[in-house]
Design a binder for this molecule. Structure first.
Ligand SMILES: [Fe+2]
Ligand SMILES: [Fe+2]
Length: 238
């Protein structure tokens, strides 16, 4: 069957990345999603080829090749983490919370684990946003200044050694990882029941992607950025 004749709902189930595209375009992929994509596009005066292209691009983003950060400057790595991972968290968290609320209100009465996941997700999100601000306002400027791209070191930091804020950030990473693992456990590995609607599946898919991104993000900080910053600080004369 040609993809234009496939229903919006089927596309949402088979290619979860399309859900974000449908949301942005205002195409109903849930209760009103049992119509061919071509028909949905016609009703919204959207160009079918353009919509298909956008879905293909959104799906391809998941297969991106990672860059080797061992060879790049710490400033470039800080900028990458802030733009890519912090930016993703800031845009994705409100969407996750909205999906979570929708699914809890529709299915919370028969699926008690949903409210339990929500009670973890909300404080987890708040703490994560505070964590990003601390990194961007205090730690990343300090680390970038250890290896300034213009060669001029500016006086920054009042924490003695970079080890202190790094230890604090790593403890917060552990806390975030534990919360994520607890949500995974409660949702049986983010696996929706067979009967679940696209919103329910979309929520679990989004949580799975969020976890994957968090793992990549924490890996860049814990295993590359932080050890290199500690090492570099030791080479700078007092
Ligand atoms: Fe971060
Ligand atoms: Fe962090």
């Amino acid at each position: 069957m040609a993809i234009a004749e496939t229903t919006v709902r089927e596309i949402a189930l088979e290619q979860p990345a399309s859900i974000r595209v449908f949301e942005q375009l205002g195409i109903d992929y849930c209760c009103g999603g049992r119509k061919p994509l071509a028909q949905a596009c016609a009703e919204h005066a959207l160009n079918l080829d353009h919509v298909l292209q956008t879905i293909a691009e959104a799906s391809a983003e998941n297969g991106e090749v990672p860059r080797n950060w061992e060879d790049e400057s710490l400033s470039a790595l800080c900028r990458h983490i802030a733009a890519r991972h912090h930016g993703y968290i800031r845009s994705e968290l409100p969407r996750l919370e909205m999906l979570m609320q929708k699914v809890v209100s529709r299915h919370g009465n028969t699926q008690p684990e949903l409210a339990a996941i929500q009670s973890i997700l909300l404080p987890f999100g708040r703490e994560l946003l505070e964590h990003l601000d601390k990194e961007e306002m205090v730690l990343f400027p300090y680390i970038s200044n250890l290896q300034p791209e213009d060669g001029i070191c500016r006086p920054l930091g009042c924490f003695g050694s970079v080890r202190h804020p790094i230890e604090r950030m790593m403890a917060e990473h552990d806390g975030a990882g534990e919360a994520m693992a607890r949500m995974r456990e409660l949702s049986s590995g983010f696996t929706a029941p067979d009967w679940a609607c696209p919103t329910y599946r979309g929520l679990y898919q989004a949580l799975r992607e969020f976890e994957r991104d968090l793992h990549q993000h924490v890996h860049l900080e814990n295993n590359i950025l932080f050890p290199r910053a500690i090492q570099l600080e030791q080479t700078i004369p007092e």
